[in-house]
Write a protein that binds this ligand. Sequence first.
Ligand code: PLP
Length: 398
Amino acid sequence: MTVSLFMVPLLDLTAQYNSLKAELDQALLNVAASQICVLGPEVNALEAELAEYLGVRHAIGVSSGTDALIMAFMALGIGPSDEVIVPDFSFFATAGCVARMGATPVMVDVESRGFMMDPALLEQAITPRTKAIVPVHLFGQSANLDAIMAIANKHGIPVIEDAAQAIGTQTPSGARVGSVGLMGCFSFYPTKNLGAFGDAGLITTNDDALATTLKQIRNHGMEPRYYHKIIGGNFRLDALQAAVLRVKLKHLPTWHAARRKNAELYNALFTEAGLVQQSSNALLPDPGKIFLPEALYKDCAEDHHIVNQYTIRVAGRDGLRTHLQQHGIGTEVYYPVPFHKQECFAYLKTDHAAFPVTNALCESVLSVPIYPELTSSQIAEVVETVGSFLRTPASMHI
Ligand SMILES: *Cc1c(COP(=O)(O)O)cnc(C)c1O
């Protein structure tokens, strides 16, 4: 038996597994009995179910979210001398995959509301070498796709949506993310809202010819067997992962709703406790206060936010994080270092001062537990523990 060190862990996958154990175990055993281990009927069925859920013509199961991004860039033929525009504030894969193609990741700062690609800065970053734009739907809500698509279309540049954290999220006009740009990339890493029992991902498109190319790329560019017109890779999805995902997909709307409910409760309790400073354009809240995460498109659609993370902002974040850890509450800093400051991107010689919002976010963001099975008393405990730290004068913090 393993005992969690945390009374309120950041994520509790065991709780989710236990709630679906019989169904999941049976699905795994069915694959074991079939011995169809890679692609095959489970993957086909998952693809059909996801295409329907996302409202997209083609959903192609792949090995990870990272591989989905690599495949999208391969399909567009992106390589040396090309530029791809990405937000400065995201998980590393968004920029890392661009560099792996030999192309240059061009980072743009994010908006302080919602922490996503700033359309105005995007437009300024476009050059004749720009070959793709990759907005990230961060923490479970939609990037400003209307503005981004308008700019991209004006310049004739394809948009690849990094929807790894946002499966099912609706844009302000109600479409699900990943169905709007030329391609959408999703991850089923266990910490995402829809998580496999290992690595898995998805790439989506409404373009029939592109879907054919992507399926070829997934399997070494092979079509027909042992004939290779193009070079692909091994980006195939395992049947075991597909079987797990099919069981979990049915519960996804309920989990999204539970996460939103948890976020509402945090909002109410943090506010009642007098800890909240209304978000302004300030980059940091005053000492002793927090900024709550903002839901940008609250009134647009039910799944305007799937709350993959609930991320507060606070000055002196590291002290608060230690305090929470000492009280058995798990947290994470998504993300501590902007792309432009990563050692591996030093060769880009980026001007650090050009990213004031991301720089401030990396110092102040803290994601607290938000998973669907979280109880209201656990949420109250998180709020109380945050309050006990913030009400103590900074000079008393040890
Ligand atoms: C998780 C994630 C990825 C990568 O997905 P993997 O399945 O872990 O490879 C890419 N982009 C973003 C924004 C992510 O959060």
